[in-house]
Every structure is written in C-alpha cells, then in structure tokens.
Design a protein around this ligand. Structure first.
Ligand code: E4P
Length: 217
C-alpha cells in the first residue's frame, strides 16, 4: 500500500519523507490556500518545491471546470515536473479531460469521487488514480469504507489498472481498514501515518528493556 500525505505544508511533507515511508503527496486548492499560497506563479513554484522534497507522485489540481481550460491547465502542470499527476474533478468535462490526458500519456487523479458509478467512469476514461473521499462520506453518516470495498470489487471484476487512492482519510483506523480492503494508496494527514506507530505495550516494553539494561550497565 502506498502512503501519500494530504497537505501542501512543506515542513510536514519533509517530516513524512524523513520517516522513509512516503510515496507521494496530494494537494487541493483548499490545502494550498491554507498554506497561504496564492497567485498562479506561486502555486506552480510550490508544486515544484513539493516535487523536490518527495520521490513519488504529486497531485496538482486544475481549477478550470470546462474541458479546454482543464486541458490547458493540466498540460501546464504536467510539464512542470515528471512527478506531477493532474488532479481533475469528477464532472462531465473532467471525464473528457481525463480521457484526453490518458490518450496522451499524462497521468491523472480523478478527485471528488463519492460513488461506485463515478469510480467506474474514471477507470473507463483511463484515470491513473481514483480518489474516493471516505472521511467526507463518514461526515454525512454514510460508510466511506464501504465505497472502497465496492470500487475494489468492480475494478477487480474487469481488471482496471486505475489505482484506488483512498482520500479524505482522517485517522489511523481509516488507514488500517483501507489496507484490509485492498486500497492501492491512502492519502491523509501526517497524524494518520504517525498514529500507526503507537501501541502502549511498545512503550511499556521499551521502558522495561531500558530499565533492565541500566541495572547491569
Ligand atoms: C484528496 O486528495 C483530498 O485532498 C483530501 O483527501 C480531502 O480530505 P478532507 O476531506 O479531509 O478535506
């Protein structure tokens, strides 16, 4: 399972990269705004800065919602760096754009996916990644993890190559459940990755080992 971090914060990206288990980064316009990154040039520079920290894929989202605009922006983003994956929303024009990019070897991440039907369309259009937002489904009392299971079943039935990128992961249990369900990738905050480290018996065991060592040394 690949681990992506869902942030535009360079310090957090560095911290995850330093842990040695990071496979990529996802961003979105809200995450960029949260870091105060505004203006086209600054945004493009920020994507390059992220690519220079991590070894893996970096999702950069288009703002346009019409086909021509998405193609224009997506091609500009893809040319920025070989690690860039163009993030395209699950709307009609977005599906057309994903097909356009996929026919030209430009990798895509279909975002804002909330149903199996949307995921099927993304795969048929040739998306590299599909991003079902599990946390936001949980927020409206709908089982987000069930969507991962449904998409896994559909993709396996037909052998689609599109990777299931479990997005809107909020905590460590989401990560574990997504791994059990066979999501190819998860993207979440640093805390969802670092939370995997924690077990009280590890802390108690280590304290005991160190105390016993100190007795004889
Ligand atoms: C996905 O790529 C999105 O950036 C993200 O996972 C959304 O997460 P949120 O629902 O926590 O904002």
């Amino acid at each position: 399972m690949k681990f992506f971090i869902d942030t535009a914060n360079l310090d957090q990206i560095r911290e995850a990269q330093d842990l040695g288990v990071l496979d990529g980064v996802t961003t979105n316009p809200s995450l960029m705004a949260k870091e105060g990154i505004t203006g086209r040039n600054n945004i493009l520079k920020h994507y390059v800065a992220i690519c220079n920290i991590v070894d893996g894929d970096v999702s950069a989202e288009v703002i346009a919602t019409d086909f021509e605009g998405m193609v224009r922006e997506g091609e500009e983003l893809a040319e920025l760096h070989e690690q860039i994956v163009v993030k395209v929303p699950m709307i009609k024009e977005g599906v057309k754009a994903i097909k356009y990019f996929s026919d030209r070897g430009i990798r895509t991440n279909c975002t804002l996916v909330f149903s199996p039907g949307q995921a099927l369309l993304a795969a048929k259009a040739g998306a590299t990644y599909v991003s079902p937002f599990i946390g936001r489904l949980d927020d409206i009392s709908t089982d987000g993890l069930n969507l991962i299971a449904e998409i896994r079943l559909i993709y396996d039935n037909y052998g689609y190559d599109t990777q299931i990128l479990a997005a809107s992961v909020r905590h460590t249990m989401h990560v574990i459940e997504c791994a059990k369900l066979g999501a190819d990738v998860m993207t979440g905050p640093l805390s969802s990755i670092e939370g995997l480290l924690n077990h009280p018996l590890t802390d108690i065991g280590l304290a005991k080992f160190l105390a016993d060592y100190k007795k004889g040394n």
